[in-house]
Design a protein around this ligand. Structure first.
Ligand SMILES: CC(C)(COP(=O)(O)OP(=O)(O)OC[C@H]1O[C@@H](n2cnc3c(N)ncnc32)[C@H](O)[C@@H]1OP(=O)(O)O)[C@@H](O)C(=O)NCCC(=O)NCCS
Length: 315
């Protein structure tokens, strides 16, 4: 397939707007403000496009992001890599401008979800199940927020072991302790009725002193995604043991076990943006949950995750 990808010109945006966006006056009006890329065939006909909008997010280290408004490849040209090539082009252009975060929402179709999964986005389900049988492709499925960090941080580099700590599965009594002391007090309500499904790892030093823990909860992925994910309610390191990379090692332990258990992705939702720099530094994808909606505390709810499937599993 002979095609080329470039930043869209004004004339190309006029064409796209007139041809495809008659039902989206907002997009039509905003067309010159978008960051758009087009795929053209050898006669310079547009066969696909990707449209992003730059948004200023007042959270460190998130900064600006490119919100994916829409991506489309004409039917006869699908499954030839053009959609993925449009994304790669945008990722490179974004990196050049120090933009590291992409966020958007996936149409509730298998096709769209498979596409975002192939391109290693992380998924966060939102909204109700689509149950209109006249829309066969969407029926039974959910929409997902999709997000990805495109910096050069190597996610797997977080799996360095210092050998200073022992990691053991928490028993039920330890989980109960963690639940009542931390999860019930600090975490979103979502976890409050799930105590018995929560698992955890306790980190201790050579003397057997407990220094920290990490917990997780297995949940199914929602249709049309298939598989399982682990939500991480809480990671904790005792104040006197902080600054030595223990939380990173705890996270790496979970990642290793998740991969051994064929878990597709790790996911966390937090009521509070303060935890974002930690996960970001480790190479996790991050997103703004309920886009730019502040909590009464003045903080933003955020989400963090990583799609593990399809990555080089060299842990
Ligand atoms: C999503 C879309 C942009 C992908 O464009 P594309 O050029 O086909 O993308 P690529 O060739 O890079 O990747 C195609 C991948 O999509 C997935 N896919 C495509 N059609 C699929 C289908 N019918 N069932 C399941 N997966 C499908 C597969 O993962 C496929 O990868 P593979 O070819 O390696 O198996 C294109 O299908 C499209 O325009 N769809 C309609 C608009 C739309 O849904 N946009 C997404 C908005 S969220």
């Amino acid at each position: 397939m002979n095609y080329s990808i470039a930043k869209a010109t004004k004339a190309q945006m006029d064409f796209i707007s007139e041809r495809y966006w008659s039902k989206s006056p907002k997009w039509q009006q905003n067309r010159y403000n978008f960051i758009a890329f087009v795929a053209c065939d050898s006669q310079n006909n547009i066969i696909g496009y990707l449209v992003c909008e730059e948004k200023e997010i007042p959270i460190m280290p998130y900064g600006k992001d490119w919100f994916i408004e829409t991506i489309m490849v004409l039917k006869p040209y699908r499954c030839c890599g053009i959609g993925s090539a449009l994304l790669d082009h945008a990722f490179s252009a974004a990196r050049e401008q120090e933009i590291r975060n992409f966020q958007g929402s996936a149409n509730p179709t298998k096709e769209a979800h498979a596409f975002w999964a192939k391109n290693k986005f992380t998924f966060f389900q939102y909204g109700r199940q689509h149950n209109d049988p006249s829309r066969e492709e969407e029926c039974g499925n959910y929409s997902h927020i999709i997000f990805k960090q495109v910096s050069k941080i190597d996610f797997y580099s977080l799996n360095r072991k210092t050998g200073r700590y022992n990691f053991n599965m928490a028993d039920r009594e330890q989980i109960d302790d963690i639940f009542f002391s931390y999860i019930e007090k600090e975490c979103v309500k979502f976890y409050h009725d799930k105590k018995d499904q929560i698992k955890g790892i306790i980190a201790s030093n050579a003397d057997g002193e407990e220094l920290g823990f990490i917990t997780w909860l297995e949940m199914p992925l929602m249709p049309p995604l298939i598989g399982k994910q682990w939500y991480i309610p809480y990671v904790y390191v005792k104040p006197e043991s902080r600054g030595n990379g223990l939380a990173r090692e705890l996270t790496a332990e979970v990642m290793t076990r998740a991969i051994e258990n064929s878990i597709t992705q790790l996911l966390m939702v937090h009521t509070n943006e303060d935890i974002m720099p930690y996960w970001y530094k480790l190479g996790f994808d991050i997103f703004i949950y309920r886009y730019l909606f502040r909590n009464p505390s003045g903080k933003f709810p955020v989400g963090i995750g990583k799609n593990l499937t399809g990555y080089d599993k060299r842990i």
